[in-house]
Design a protein around this ligand. Structure first.
Ligand code: UD1
Ligand code: CA
Length: 458
């Protein structure tokens, strides 16, 4: 095994994105570009990772989130070019060893390509090895210039390429494996390019002069797609989306209509789960085995247990237990836990609540900041009025309670086990276990009978 450190160059301004957000923090399938690159380097067994970023980026929490806690950060105070950027990583990387340099926007490169480059670099004893790609349209990229024997001479950038060189279809992906001690010396010697930047690609000629450059080619040309503008961002996302769907299908997920199925990079889905058309399955979601999702569900940051069904519903930061059915047309919001055996039907909004096993919220209703025990029945039109204009309050409903249609529960309220409310009741006091309350405001049914008797007597 060859130990190596990954260096991600990410301090460029990304001006072509026309954005207030640094380019490498733009997301593709729910993950920042630089997060994809760092994952690939980790997958290819990087010993450590150093990201070279601008001073402003170094302060951003989103950068830390994308890289994970262990990455080193090196700062390039001015974007003087890719060679200068790499030089800024010197202290963080250390004087010797092997480094793999990648651009922060090459989200589609595969770890297999990186590993292959590292291996051939070591086997060939090269000073510098380049990951290349054969593409139909190399416009805008650095071209690999070879001599008549096929040996690499240098890389020529688009701005400097002559008519002949512009026809070369072997391009530089921007990923290299380099011998560190040699590289730190050579970087010192590089001059500015024709556009006034220090080009990392100019290192190639130096290594070539001692005949110690090698190349490996990516298996699939899409790996070389970088992101310089938002058109390319969309292209890269399309390729990534396709790869993600293929990965899930090959591991046993049925996707009825891949074209309308959007799955973020970190989503996990169990086998024999079926995704119907029109789903958006976003970051942080784990779906169990044998589920049916959709059509047209949106899930983000949630856990869905085995055998569950989520029809045309929106679920965010919530937990849906095994074999639960949700929807159509319900919204399950943050902090909700629906326990196995419960049922949530149509037009229900549930926020920050626990729905116990066997409990039914079958029809249009709002349940917020509530604790619903087991086997509770929530009638159609029930609303937990949890907000008094200033604070949020909790509703607690005990096991087997029956909440009549159109009940308004003015929290904070506790409704005991086996208690019931009549239709249209406005419950603004606790209801003891076993008691039935009716009316506005809701009072025990006995109380109403007494009042009626008194009225009759007079
Ligand atoms: C670069 C390569 C080109 C290759 C292409 C592949 C050079 C000179 N050219 O061109 O041969 O075909 O990538 O996509 O390297 N960066 C810094 N500091 C800087 C400048 C850039 O950190 O001062 C970072 C950028 O944030 C980016 C990466 O380096 O992530 C590459 O820079 P970019 O400007 O995108 O290079 P290209 O013009 O695409
Ligand atoms: Ca680029």
């Amino acid at each position: 095994m060859n130990a190596w450190t990954g260096v991600i160059l990410a301090a460029g301004q990304g001006t072509r994105m026309k954005s207030d957000l640094p380019k490498v923090l733009h997301t593709v399938c729910g993950r920042p570009l630089i997060g994809h690159v760092s994952n690939v380097l980790h997958e290819a067994s990087a010993l450590g990772i150093v990201a070279v970023v601008s001073p402003e980026m170094a302060e951003m929490a989103a950068l830390r989130d994308a890289l994970g806690g262990e990455a080193g950060i090196a700062i390039q105070s001015e974007p003087l070019g890719t060679a200068h950027a790499l030089e800024c990583a010197k202290d963080a990387v250390g004087p010797a060893g092997t480094i793999v340099v990648a651009a922060g926007d090459m989200a589609l490169v595969e770890s297999e390509s990186v590993s292959r480059l590292v291996q051939s670099h070591a086997a060939s004893g090269s000073l510098l090895s380049i990951l290349t790609a054969e593409v139909d349209d190399p416009h805008g990229f650095g071209r690999i210039v070879r001599d008549s024997s096929g040996a690499v001479q240098r890389i020529v950038e688009e701005v400097d390429a002559d008519e002949h060189q512009k026809l070369i279809c072997e391009m530089n992906t921007g990923l290299y494996c380099i011998q560190a001690d040699w590289c730190w010396d050579e970087l010192q010697k590089l001059g500015k390019s024709s556009v006034g930047e220090y080009f990392l690609t100019d290192l190639v000629a130096a290594a070539a002069s001692s005949g110690r450059v090698s190349t490996e080619s990516v298996r699939d040309a899409t790996e070389a797609l970088g992101v310089n503008n938002r058109v390319q961002l969309a292209e890269v996302e399309r390729v990534m989306r396709d790869r993600i769907r293929r990965r899930h299908m090959l591991s046993g997920v049925t996707i009825r209509d891949p074209e309308t199925t959007y799955i973020d990079a970190d989503v996990e889905i169990g086998r024999d789960t079926e995704l119907l058309p029109g789903n958006h399955i976003r970051s942080g979601t784990k779906i169990g085995a044998g589920c049916v999702i959709g059509p047209n569900s949106i899930l983000r940051d949630c856990m869905v247990g085995d055998g569950a069904t989520v029809i045309s519903s929106h679920v965010e930061s919530a937990e849906i237990g095994e074999r639960i059915s949700v929807g159509p047309f319900s919204r399950i919001r943050a902090g909700t836990r629906i326990e196995p055996g419960a049922y949530v039907g149509n037009f229900a909004e549930i926020k920050n609540s626990r729905i116990g096993s066997g409990t039914h919220v079958g029809h249009f209703s709002y349940v917020g900041d509530s604790e619903l025990g087991e086997d509770v029945n929530i009638g159609a039109g029930t609303v937990t009025a949890n907000f008094d204009g200033r604070d949020k309050h909790r509703t607690v409903i005990g096991d087997r309670a029956k909440i009549g249609s159109d009940t308004i529960i003015v929290a904070p309220v506790k409704i005991g086990e086996d208690a019931s409310t009549g239709s249209g009741a406005v419950v603004n006091r606790d209801v003891p276990a076993g008691e039935t309350v009716v009316g506005v405001p809701a009072r025990p049914i006995e109380h109403h009978r007494n009042v009626r008797r008194k009225d009759d007597g007079e």
